[in-house]
Design a protein around this ligand. Sequence first.
Ligand code: AN7
Length: 359
Amino acid sequence: MANQWRGVITEYFDRLDIAPGTKIITLGEGGTPLVHAPALAKLVGAEEVWLKVEGMNPTGSFKDRGMTMAVTKAVAHGAKAVICASTGNTSASAAAYAAAAGIKSVVLIPEGKITLGKLAQAIAHKASILQVKGNFDDCLVLARDLSENYAVHLVNSVNPDRIEGQKTASFEVVESLGFAPDFHVMPVGNAGNYSAYFKGYLEEFNEGIIKAVPKLWGFQAEGSAPFVAGHPIENPETIATAIRIGNPASWDLALSAQECSQGEFGAVSDAEILSMHRFLSNEVGVFVEPSSATGAAGLFKNSKLGKVPAGAKIVVTVTGHGLKDVGWALKDENGNEVSPTSCSKDAAEVAELLGLEKN
Ligand code: AN7
């Protein structure tokens, strides 16, 4: 397999905290496309915008970059089972990598609050799934408790192996562009990914590969925006279920990343998220899950506040694949279900239905 992308651990072995000889558990994660998005650049008045399309990872989200590290290390430590709390994507990823490693996975999800696509992934990869009567934050407390007292290895992003793996996304951005963007924008839940991008960029800076660390802009959903409030939110609410998180695990790491990068946190409404979700699929051609549109929605909001310089080069990470949460795509702007019109097999009739001109 000389010409195939080998997954982030092998591709970046020298730059990761991993011992030579370790048996690597990989599904070929990373190496995701950096898609040029002139329509978005025009919308926000920037010189260039690219989307780092993390939905192209093996389980359809950025979590796989961290999970290859976390499960590899768990196996190296002799773990027979991994556990996570999850709003959906972490559980899909943990279940898949555990399956690849031949160990068990346990996932704790907030009752009724993860999308069907993600639940299907966890089931498909034969995770033991429990719906907890509580929100994500309650699930994380429970997962930490179990991992401290029972023989099960925690793979949430409080585990530094996750952040270590996820930092590789910054390396890829710099390699693709040949420079660091002025701004890097993304959705924020636990802020593990935000912290990981900072770690990656800081290492590139310290090695003299880039001249400056990009300003990191992290956006949350308004009903679930602890970094904007400055304190945890007890009952977070948003349609963006992936980031329905009130008590972010990487609070301190994220605040120092924000400060050191001269970045900022902001919040956008569910309506703004859904509108950007539609824009990305309609005008850019990239189908993401609604939560993943939160960064781009925030960028648009900041552009209206005059915060986007005309010469800016910007990367926006879209974190998860649209097929994970199809419900919103099946509705129009007014919230009505969209379904295809039925038609006959007659070409003339069908042409008329479609308004096609005769040639
Ligand atoms: C699509 O799966 O927390 O700020 O349990 O699924 O690093 O938490 C998911 C988070 C953004 C936020 N976009 O990342 C989970 C989980 C998508 C996500 C985030 C998540 P972090």
